[in-house]
Design a binder for this molecule. Structure first.
Ligand code: HEC
Length: 152
């Protein structure tokens, strides 16, 4: 009699444990379905974007588009695409004098960013090179350093 009750008790405990386990497995699977994609979502331009927002966006705007013939566009800019090796110096020292961007002249002054490190310059360039549908490739820290030798 006792062993009968005991075996019922054990199978009941087993059931509860199994159900609990099943519940836990379900929760685990659910959680991983929710957490995995978000934790794998990476933003390689995080610092570049932040720098852009703080140091460039006032003029070049959130969408990188031209502003009234005063500020040239970065989005879809032939100048940016064709002058990749000059961009580190432009970011560090600014730019003045007439330039032609997408067949339109611009002649206003862009300020320097003397506080930017080489890595920050690379990050902000990689952001503008790949934001707004731009696909102008990537610059490495070493390339930026080499390019800066032209103007430092
Ligand atoms: C005060 C406004 C201002 C700020 C801030 C500014 N720029 Fe500019 N930028 C300009 C102007 C004006 C020109 C055109 C200069 C000229 O006419 O010689 C320019 C030109 C450029 C160009 C080359 C032309 C083109 O459109 O492709 C790039 C690249 C550029 N800026 C990137 C940046 C980045 C990156 C930052 C932030 C680190 C920045 N600018 C901050 C005003 C600004």
């Amino acid at each position: 009699m006792f062993s009968f009750i005991y075996s019922i008790f054990v199978s009941f405990v087993n059931l509860v444990v199994q159900k609990k386990l099943r519940g836990m497995i379900c929760i685990f699977v659910l959680l991983s379905v929710i957490i995995l994609p978000t934790s794998c979502e990476r933003n390689p331009y995080k610092q570049g974007k932040l720098l852009y927002e703080n140091f460039c966006q006032n003029c070049h705007q959130e969408n990188g588009e031209a502003l009234l013939g005063l500020i040239p566009p970065l989005k879809n800019s032939d100048y940016l695409r064709q002058h990749q090796t000059d961009i580190p110096c432009i970011v560090r020292h600014g730019l003045k004098g007439e330039i032609i961007v997408n067949n339109l002249p611009y002649d206003h002054e862009m300020p320097a960013n003397p506080t930017f490190s080489e890595i920050e310059i690379a990050n902000v360039i990689n952001y503008i090179n790949n934001a707004w549908g731009n696909r102008y490739g990537y610059v490495s820290y070493d390339e930026v350093k080499a390019n800066l030798k032209e103007c430092d």
